[in-house]
Design a protein around this ligand. Structure first.
Ligand code: SAH
Length: 204
């Protein structure tokens, strides 16, 4: 998977490639789908949600731009696979999931592979996690109509927010970089994520 789907498609960040080579993705998909764990495609993980395709996990991780001292927030824990990849590279990861059932199994999986630099939080991640802000990087694995204001506020200067922007008809992975002069946005690749559900952030 690393050689065929990630390197060949332009992922060059050695920390991302090493992290993904070291994590058993089959532990993060339902038993019946384990045969397909290393195919470059999203897979259902229950509760109507999906584990992202490996290429997208790699790309988003590289776009956040972390190092060993980074404090990172992830919104949308899902299976916990992206969380594990972030935890291999960053100093600490706070991950927020709104569905308790998914959060519980993700927490168990992370423990089973001895990943301990993660705080798993149940709640609405579109509001961020003010007690632990600011974050050096924020990664959202569900699509939003616009970047939630709370997440931009909780981003450190020099940090990046990586988030799919759009709806079910079309989305673009978008990178927001915070500088002393303000926030600059850059649209990256087209993508397809489940919606970020937040009545509070999006007034729905
Ligand atoms: N990173 C995950 C992808 C999970 S899919 C993985 O690789 O497995 C997106 C997840 O975001 C779903 O589990 C969904 O329940 C969750 N989600 C949607 N809206 C949310 C919100 N406002 N706060 C936290 N989690 C949310």
């Amino acid at each position: 998977m690393v050689r065929h789907d990630l390197r060949r498609r332009g992922i060059t960040d050695v920390r991302v490639l090493a992290a993904m080579a070291s994590i058993p993705r089959e532990l993060f998909v339902p038993a019946a789908l384990q045969r397909r764990a290393y195919a470059d495609q999203p897979l259902p993980i229950g509760c109507g949600q999906t584990i992202s395709q490996p290429y997208m996990v790699a790309l988003m991780t590289a776009e956040v731009g972390m190092n060993r001292t980074s404090r990172v927030l992830e919104v949308g824990t899902g299976s916990g696979y992206q969380t594990a990849v972030l935890a291999k590279i960053a100093s600490h990861v706070w991950t927020i999931e709104r569905l308790a059932e998914l959060l519980t199994s993700a927490t168990e999986r992370l423990q089973s592979i001895a990943i301990s630099n993660v705080s798993c939080i149940e709640g609405d991640g579109a509001l961020g996690h003010p007690p632990s802000a600011p974050f050096d990087g924020i990664l959202v694995t569900a699509a939003a109509p616009w970047p939630p204001a709370g997440l931009l506020e909780q981003l450190a200067v020099g940090g990046r927010l990586v988030i799919p922007i759009g709806d079910l008809a079309g989305q673009r992975l978008t990178v927001y970089e915070k500088t002393t002069a303000g926030v600059a946005a850059r649209a990256a690749t087209a993508c397809r994520f489940v919606p970020l559900v937040s009545p509070q952030a999006f007034n729905a």
